[in-house]
Write a protein of this length. Structure first.
Length: 229
């Protein structure tokens, strides 16, 4: 069996959108397909890591060789990530947050389908902030993963906004990507990444999402020396 650089390392990856219910049949969602996050989970597993993927609702099959936990809302995603984080006494080695988490959920989603009443105004939807999963995990006092990688989905000033997120959320690297409609990043097959870290910025060419994932996994592997049994 060939040597794998991430053998013995534990990784958490988030992927896909979150769904925030308005009532039992309606929801707030976004255009994330999970292609990028799922590819990252698979690429880390291919390098030997023990990977748990926490995914919002997607149509992709769970990647082979990865433990997949399916969630719907941002709050469920945070709880699932924290369960992975707390599962063992030693901190996770790697956490990559590729999910497009809804920043807001619906305050008191209705237990029954909202009815259209003739002549009545449409219902008002009141939004409340969701927890920031990346920031919560990155700022954990005792169980912070050794390497925390976030994404930044931006439609303008991509690198400047990513630098601000790097500082604000407390992660080590940010994969900044342009998600303006013309880029086709949300749901599409390719991505153009600027890897922003405390030492500078590495701008990668446009690659398909599998190649982005392999490049990121290789980059992560260079940060860790092999674990000896
Ligand atoms: O799924 P695909 O169709 O393949 O598309 C991939 C992608 C565009 C979704 C992906 O490459 C990407 O950019 N993911 C992050 C999307 C996002 O929500 O970015 P953000 O800039 O709003 O958030 C910044 C970081 O904080 C992200 O790592 C995000 O996962 C995390 N976050 C955000 C809000 C929140 N409440 N909790 C979080 O953990």
């Amino acid at each position: 069996q060939s040597w794998k650089p991430l053998a013995g390392r534990r990784a958490l990856v988030t992927s896909g959108p979150t769904h925030e219910p308005i009532d039992p049949v309606r929801l707030i969602a976004n255009r994330s397909s999970g292609k990028q996050g799922h590819a990252i989970a698979r690429a880390l597993a291919e390098l030997g890591a023990e990977v748990t993927l926490v995914s919002g609702p997607v149509t992709l099959p769970p990647p082979i060789g990865v433990t997949t936990v399916a969630v719907e809302t941002a709050r469920e995603m945070l709880a699932a990530c924290q369960r992975v984080q707390m599962a063992e006494t030693a901190p996770l080695d790697i956490a990559v947050f590729a999910a497009a988490v809804a920043d807001w959920g619906v305050d008191g989603s209705a237990p029954q389908k909202l009815k259209k009443t003739p002549g009545a105004p449409p219902p008002a939807i009141h939004l409340v902030p969701n927890p920031d999963i990346l920031a919560t995990i990155a700022q954990s006092a005792t169980l912070r993963p050794a390497l925390v990688v976030g994404f930044a989905a931006e439609t303008e000033q991509v690198i400047d906004h990513a630098r601000a997120k790097l500082a604000r959320k407390g992660c080590d690297w940010i994969c900044a990507n342009d998600v303006s409609p013309a880029s086709g990043t949300f749901g599409g097959d390719s991505n153009t990444i600027h890897l922003v870290h405390h030492e500078g910025v590495e701008s990668w060419p446009t690659l398909d999402k599998t190649a982005v994932a392999r490049r990121l996994a290789d980059r992560i592997a260079t940060r860790f020396s092999p674990v000896t049994a």
